[in-house]
Design a protein around this ligand. Structure first.
Ligand code: F0G
Length: 459
């Protein structure tokens, strides 16, 4: 009989290490003030535990570093390109794969072709760059996640699902204005929540009826597939790769950031079935990214991603990945810290509105919380709330659907003791929460303001 042990162990051991730099409270207070209270403006060396993003920040495996040695830097037709294409199409059998330097480059190209004034692009929830790339063309980016997906503490196994009624409603009125429907797996801006196969299948059926293509923003496809494996009826016995292929089979194309689940430090792609669309996208690719067999990537990057894709769907890895994120979320929940539930795949999302009821949304409770986490414990997080999404295309500002602070977990990078430390720091900040100030923006760039805005505390 084999025993079941409750300790989650990292399914790897450490091969090469990076030092972390310890700082004092005074040093951090000085650093964040100099950064205009914007965590993106900190020097990474001044951060102890960097949970800003899970994008490009994961640890590569021995086999990925070995694959890098096979990188062939031929301008056209490199063998590394063919290995990349094969690895992508093994999981996502789309006819055309167009490599890009990262996800937003794929978005920029696709929406340049499909967007424009008068168009509407629905998505469960647009990520910030996706929304910005849609809006940049003059099109409207419309979020339509199910209602549960906007309530931080409501439990639902697939809180990332797109609202099928809202989708049908939009298409029945304006299908001609909708060049593409998007589903983001997992739903990053809505708490890293998964989308069920049944939901993708139903969205596919609606899109078919109105002859509108369905695309996946698939950055965290493997984590999404793991949730399907664990939570959806009849999926337990299937291989993760098989579930991924079924998700892909229900779509007409995808955009991808290979900096997430595929373990790339850089990279992405756009994949489509439509020949004419592929042609138009490739022409734009050559303008800004490069020739279609490298698209802004070095041959070695293509190799690292090809190998990473194989590792991303391994069940030992995914079990560890999802359970270790839940370990952080459940520990905070048990300590009474309000978090988005159930716990998502790549990150734990703190509910700043509930934790800081004295700070109104337009004084940025998420920003206040993320500054405090840095000052108190050197942890870098990211606000996903009114700072990120409050600015409207007409220049006005309104509160976002939720005021979240995301603790994103880089893949295979931090150990359980790092995470135990994070739990302690968040608990300490929660104890002091009534004393935290709100913020005002003192310098605001015209788009994607959260990256470079400067703030001042309201004392
Ligand atoms: N789509 C989603 C759902 C994302 O989470 C991201 C990036 C992108 C597209 C764009 O990809 O960064 O390669 O250009 N998300 C990162 C994050 C930056 O921190 O969540 P990219």
């Amino acid at each position: 009989m084999s025993h079941q042990f409750k300790t989650i162990i990292e399914p790897f051991r450490i091969h090469s290490v990076e030092p972390l730099r310890m700082t004092t409270l005074e040093q951090r207070q000085e650093a964040i003030q100099a950064a205009g209270y914007n965590l993106f403006s900190l020097r990474a060396e001044d951060v102890l535990i960097d949970l800003l993003t899970d994008s490009g920040t994961g640890a590569m495996s021995r086999d990925q570093w070995a694959a890098i040695q096979h990188g062939d830097e031929s301008y056209a037709g490199s063998p590394s390109w063919f290995r990349f294409q094969e690895a992508v199409q093994d999981l996502f059998p789309f006819k055309h794969v167009i490599p890009t330097h990262q996800g937003r480059a794929a978005e920029k190209i696709l929406f340049t072709v499909l967007g424009g004034p008068g168009k509407v692009i629905p998505n469960n929830t647009h990520f910030d760059t996706t929304r910005a790339n849609v809006e940049f063309t003059g099109a409207e980016a419309r979020d339509m996640v199910i209602p549960e997906g906007k309530q931080a503490s409501t439990l639902h196994p697939f809180k990332g699902n797109i609202d099928l009624q809202a989708l049908e409603g939009l298409l029945s009125e304006r299908a001609a204005d909708v060049p593409v429907v998007f589903i983001t797996i997992t739903n990053n801006s809505g708490g890293g929540q998964p989308v069920s196969l049944a939901n993708i299948r139903a969205a596919n059926e609606i899109c078919r009826r109105y002859s509108v293509p369905l695309f996946l923003d698939a950055c965290r496809f493997a984590e999404n597939a793991w949730f399907i494996h664990e939570r959806e009826d009849g999926q337990r016995s299937r291989e993760i790769a098989e579930i991924v292929r079924e998700m892909a089979s229900l779509a007409d194309g995808m955009t991808m950031s290979a900096k997430k689940d595929p373990f790339g430090n850089i990279g992405g792609w756009l994949a489509v079935n439509d020949d004419a669309l592929a042609d138009r996208c490739r022409n734009l690719l050559i303008l800004t990214e490069g020739f279609p067999t490298y698209g802004g990537l070095a041959g070695r990057d293509l190799e690292a991603i090809a190998q990473g894709l194989r590792e991303a769907v391994h069940p030992d890895y995914l079990r560890y990945r999802i359970r270790s994120t839940a370990y952080l979320g459940n520990a905070l929940d048990a300590a009474g810290v309000p978090v988005v539930k159930p716990i998502g795949g790549h990150a734990v999302y703190l509910d700043a509105l509930t934790l800081l009821p004295h700070i109104p949304p337009l004084q940025y409770p998420g920003q206040a919380l993320s500054v405090a986490l840095y000052e108190v414990g050197g942890i870098r997080s990211v606000e996903i709330g009114t700072v990120m999404f409050g600015r409207q295309p007409d220049g006005t500002e309104k509160p976002a659907a939720m005021e979240l602070v995301r603790l994103a977990i880089p893949r295979r990078t931090y150990t359980q003791s790092h995470i135990d430390y994070v739990v302690e720091v968040v608990q300490q900040v929660a104890l002091e929460s009534a004393t935290l100030p709100g913020y005002r923006m003192v310098d605001e760039p015209p788009s994607l303001r959260h990256f470079t805005a400067r703030f001042a505390p309201i004392r």
